[in-house]
Design a protein around this ligand. Structure first.
Ligand code: CMP
Length: 138
């Protein structure tokens, strides 16, 4: 059994896509074991994306992630890290497969609706960044 962190980013929340993203998780038998809405500060977004701090998009993505509320979730299931990444599609929506969340809804490489951890180590860091043990059920 694996866990991963999912974020419905500020563009997904403001465009009314919370329900649609959750519907896709549930339709694919992914269990949500923790969930909350947060409004990240710039510093919190910088901490979350610290691995990208040398990248040219770091300033912009941390501005975007602190521009409005996001929904953060812990997903649980067998191979859920890969399964979630499959449902999301490639970071660049123009390269994402048909029927994926980003292909269907993203408008930009940055405004790509959702985030998902890419490996067990990043999942552990990202889950603990937003949730303590008491907030995770199951
Ligand atoms: P995410 O999967 O959350 O990881 C880093 C985020 O930075 C990415 O989704 C995008 O929202 C944003 N981003 C902006 N430009 C780029 C880029 N050129 N490559 C990767 N990520 C980018």
């Amino acid at each position: 059994m694996e866990r991963t962190l999912s974020i419905i980013k500020p563009d997904g929340v403001s465009r009314g896509l919370i329900g649609e993203v959750i519907r896709r998780f549930e339709a694919n038998k992914i269990k949500i074991v923790a969930m909350k809405m947060i409004y990240m500060t710039k510093a919190q977004a910088q901490g979350f994306y610290a691995v990208h701090k040398e990248r040219p998009f770091f300033g912009s993505v941390t501005d975007f992630m602190s521009s409005g509320p996001s929904v953060v979730m812990v997903l649980e299931g067998e191979n859920v890290i890969a399964k979630n990444r499959e449902l999301m599609g490639a970071t660049d929506f123009r390269k994402a497969a048909e029927g994926t969340i980003r292909r269907d809804f993203a408008t930009d490489i940055e405004k790509n609706v959702v985030h998902g951890s890419d490996a067990p180590e990043t999942a552990a860091f990202e889950i603990s960044y937003f949730f303590n043990r008491l907030e995770i059920t199951g």
